[in-house]
Design a protein around this ligand. Structure first.
Ligand SMILES: [Zn+2]
Length: 269
């Protein structure tokens, strides 16, 4: 039988928003476990696990997210919002104009709240072009955009990503630089964009994320996420981080901003 040990969340009465998951890689049990730990809202981000041969793949991926993943999550009490975009590891082999057109039209869809996840993985010329295009579209549509930074070469790639975004002159409030870690947080903090902390195995522990929050909770709007999806994940990591902050004596207003208010503001929820 498939079962999870229940994580005893002491702040389960707070409404948490997990700002970056991949619901298409999660079983119903995993989604239910999120909800049982107070994580009742989440943003599911587009990602395709093999390089798509055809740009049409995205049309169906976005349909799947909206028409299948959202109702599946709703059944267990999780309100899902959708982010659509081209992940740097999912750039279609041929062209991608159709994907961009689909993203533009989905800005009108009530379930779609952001573009993402986008970003750079290796920093190739193609990745730079695809990211720039998506940032330009986000700027045109005044639409939030989630920008991934990779596990490898985090600093080098973040230092390529930030100037590219700066050049577009997009409103910084629309941008989340995601998977920020202890090494990259100071340069992202200086950039003025929102900071996404992914609390997950091989990324940040709830305790380490809490230390970063305490150090960097000034002007930047920090958001928390788990990047839950296809791999083995610490499913309730957002709730655990808030609990860790609470145990450190962080004031309620900051807990509320981190647990849901910053996300509500950025994604206009
Ligand atoms: Zn992700």
């Amino acid at each position: 039988m498939f079962a999870f040990t229940f994580f005893n969340a002491i702040t389960v009465n707070i409404m948490y928003i997990d700002t970056h998951i991949h619901a298409d890689g999660m079983s119903e049990d995993k989604l239910r476990y999120m909800v049982s730990n107070g994580i009742t809202r989440a943003i599911t981000c587009a990602f395709y696990p093999v390089e798509p041969k055809y740009q049409q793949t995205f049309v169906d991926l976005f349909r799947r997210m909206i028409d299948f993943d959202v109702p599946q999550a709703k059944k267990v009490g999780l309100a899902l919002h959708v982010a659509v975009g081209i992940h740097p590891r999912s750039i279609p082999k041929t062209s991608y104009e159709m994907v961009i057109e689909s993203m533009k039209s989905l800005t009108e869809h009530n379930l779609v709240v952001a573009f993402g996840e986008t970003g750079l993985q290796t920093g190739s010329i193609k990745e730079l072009e695809v990211l720039r295009t998506q940032i330009e579209v986000a700027k045109e549509h005044d639409f939030p955009i989630i920008v991934h930074t990779p596990g490898d070469n985090k600093i080098e790639i973040t230092e390529k990503t930030l100037p590219l975004i700066n050049k577009t002159r997009i409103n910084p409030e629309l941008v989340i630089i995601d998977h920020v870690n202890a090494e990259s947080i100071s340069i992202v903090d200086k950039s003025g964009y929102n900071i996404g902390l992914s609390v997950q195995y091989n990324m940040l522990t709830p305790e380490r994320a809490s230390e970063l929050v305490i150090q960097y909770s000034g002007d930047n709007d920090l958001v928390l996420n788990s990047d839950n999806g296809f791999r083995k994940c610490d499913i309730a990591s957002v709730a655990k981080t808030i609990d860790s902050l609470k145990a450190l004596g962080v004031e309620k207003s900051l807990l509320e901003r981190l647990s849901h208010k910053n996300a509500e503001k950025i994604f206009n929820l």
